[in-house]
Ligand binder design. Structure first.
Ligand SMILES: Nc1ncnc2c1ncn2[C@@H]1O[C@H](COP(=O)(O)OP(=O)(O)OP(=O)(O)O)[C@@H](O)[C@H]1O
Ligand SMILES: [Mg+2]
Length: 278
């Protein structure tokens, strides 16, 4: 991954190992929003560039309001963008027709923080899968419902459940299964475990890690939790006020942070004080 903000190179690239071109290549992405009260325009994302190679797992960290979700949504073409260029799987989003964009959609799957909010309350797990299969028959024919549920460590009895009959952890597994069904090249996970009980967070993260290893998909993983990013992500991007202040291979950034804000985040990590004292 390479990443810059305002044209300042902050990282070393590792594109040499990439078998194909970048999965996601963003150049100088700007997203402006209007402030609620004053209606004044401000830059929620202020000129971010990022190149994600196949297999990269990029953690995006930063405080609330730093622009993580706005970046992820704009980067995948799912959210608004003021300016900047986005190439998804080598295709410039601005040059694609509506039909071409639709064809590209299944390649990117998003897993949100609130699994219950992402699932249709009127649809059983089975009918949800059925709908996806109807929309993308070829893409989804690689597995059956029971094997798919097994992949996210859920039993076949879940097929007839409705979202309200699922725990948070089960519902998030169903969301991950729905994403995996599409065989995406890129998974965007926006705080996928923040809404879950601590006891199931680690299981869901393990599951994501295994799924990536199996499918070879890349992941943009948004999180407040540096410990999780250290565990899961090959690269990390630190955002502050809509800009990338530091980015690079996770161990490199976390072992030798160059920016004060990254140091502050690290100091807030559980166990940080203990490590410093030794
Ligand atoms: N649709 C919108 N209209 C106006 N402002 C918005 C909109 N979406 C986000 N913002 C603002 O843009 C900024 C970045 O928001 P964003 O949701 O990307 O932050 P975030 O880093 O994902 O935060 P969190 O960690 O709380 O999820 C914030 O100031 C937010 O209030
Ligand atoms: Mg967010």
């Amino acid at each position: 991954m390479t990443s810059t903000s305002h044209g300042t190179s902050l990282v070393g690239a590792d594109s040499s190992s990439a078998p194909a071109g970048p999965v996601l290549d963003i150049t100088d992405l700007v997203v402006e929003h209007r402030r609620e009260k004053s209606r004044e325009l401000f830059r929620a994302v202020g000129g971010v560039s990022l190149s994600m190679q196949p297999g990269d797992t990029v953690g995006v960290v930063g405080e609330s309001g730093s622009g993580k979700t706005t970046l992820a949504m704009a980067a995948t073409g799912l959210g608004p963008r003021t300016s900047g260029k986005i190439e998804l799987l080598g295709r410039d989003l601005d040059t694609l027709s509506k039909q071409q964009l639709r064809a590209l959609r299944p390649e990117v799957q998003v897993v949100f923080q609130d699994p219950h909010g992402s699932l249709d309350p009127r649809q059983s797990v089975r009918s949800g899968f059925r709908e996806l299969r109807r929309l993308q028959p070829k893409r989804t024919s690689w597995t059956d419902d029971v094997a798919l549920l097994d992949q996210v460590r859920l039993g076949p009895e879940m097929l007839d459940r409705y979202p309200h009959q699922l725990s948070g952890g089960q519902a998030q597994r169903v969301c991950i299964a729905r994403a995996l069904l599409m065989r995406p090249r890129l998974i965007v996970a926006d705080e996928p475990t923040s809404g879950l009980d601590v006891s199931v967070q680690a299981d869901v993260l393990d599951l994501l890690r295994e799924s990536l290893a199996d499918s070879g998909a890349s992941m943009l993983f948004i999180s407040h939790d540096l410990a999780v990013v250290r565990n899961l992500c090959s690269h990390v991007m630190v955002m502050l006020h809509g800009e990338v202040v530091e980015a690079g291979p996770t161990e490199e950034v976390l072992n030798a942070p160059r920016h004060d804000y990254t140091r502050k985040l690290l100091a807030a990590m559980p166990g940080a004080r203990w490590r410093e004292k030794r």
